[in-house]
Design a binder for this molecule. Structure first.
Ligand code: PAF
Length: 284
């Protein structure tokens, strides 16, 4: 496995790399969810292709009052996880290496970025799109793998790729969960034992409400009311949205999406609200 810390060295490493090149963009603090993304990337690249994992805590996607400086940075264990999962190249640049101090060009997705996390984290998706566009230019992957836990991010990146004609196939990976249902997240390490014990209730409530047969808006309303009762929980949003447009869902299929502060950490999760099964008439 090659570790590249500069754009120059990763480009050099990629000159002789076999295609397909599959990129897994991350911010480090890697856990089992990232491992599964890298394993999927390995499968997509095949034995001969190249798997690149970028590890970069991207300052431009954090707001001034957010946890940029406290975001977990665990390079040694990140590198072992990448190696064990089958990565060929780690690209781990410094902020100074990635951004010019007088930068003035950004990538701004202007519709899907507005609701949900975009409301409470203004500028977040501009930072995400800008860094992902830069990574795509630097690595020039054939495919890039993103987790479905960040449903809005996935929708925004897909839109950017479509609208700006990036020759990159976006490959989604289902959310990876602990046995009790909690979505894996780098921020879970900040939960106190008490918060960790109640955190899986968020997913349980989302699943139960999604399966209840209620309309999307009623399901979201009752999920919000129930999550609000979890000790230490402060709901940022719980909404039922159209899976692609992220507009409030009027019918199924929809996505029940939530962001919840559990103490300090802000957890996000989402589940599918499938269309009701059509009754097939019994054969005579
Ligand atoms: O999902 C993340 O970890 C980040 O938003 C990403 C896509 C690596 C961009 O910094």
């Amino acid at each position: 496995m090659i570790l590249s810390k500069t754009i120059r060295s990763v480009r050099l490493a990629l000159q002789s790399a076999a295609r397909p090149v599959v990129l897994v963009p991350t911010m480090g603090g890697l856990h089992g969810g990232h491992r599964d993304l890298i394993v999927l990337a390995r499968r997509r690249a095949g034995a001969k292709g190249t798997v690149v994992v970028s590890i970069f805590v991207n300052p431009t996607q954090f707001g001034p009052k957010e946890d940029f400086s406290k975001y977990p940075r665990t390079p040694a264990s990140d590198f072992s996880l990448c190696e064990a999962a089958g990565a060929d190249i780690i690209f781990s640049p410094s902020p100074e290496g990635m951004y010019f101090p007088d930068r003035s060009v950004f990538v701004d997705e202007s519709v899907l970025s507005l609701p949900l996390c975009g409301k409470s984290r203004p500028g977040h998706f501009r930072g995400v799109c800008t860094v992902v566009a830069k990574l795509f230019h630097i690595v020039q992957p054939d495919e890039a793998v993103f987790g479905e836990k960040d449903w809005q991010q996935l929708a925004v990146i897909r839109q950017m790729v479509r609208d700006l004609n990036f020759p990159v196939k976006i490959v989604p990976h289902p959310t990876v969960r602990e046995a009790d249902g909690l979505a894996l997240s780098s921020r879970n390490v900040y939960l106190t034992p008490e918060q960790r014990a109640v955190a899986p209730r968020i997913n349980k409530i989302l699943r139960e409400c999604a399966a209840s047969g209620a309309s999307p808006s009623s399901a979201a309303k009752s999920a919000r009311a129930r999550i609000d009762k979890i000790p230490d929980a402060k709901v940022d949003y719980v909404e039922a949205v159209h899976p692609d447009t992220l507009q409030p869902a009027v019918a199924r299929p929809a996505r029940l999406v939530a962001a919840v502060f559990l103490g300090k950490p802000r957890l996000i999760d989402n589940v599918s609200m499938k269309s009701p099964r059509r009754k097939v008439p019994a054969k005579r």
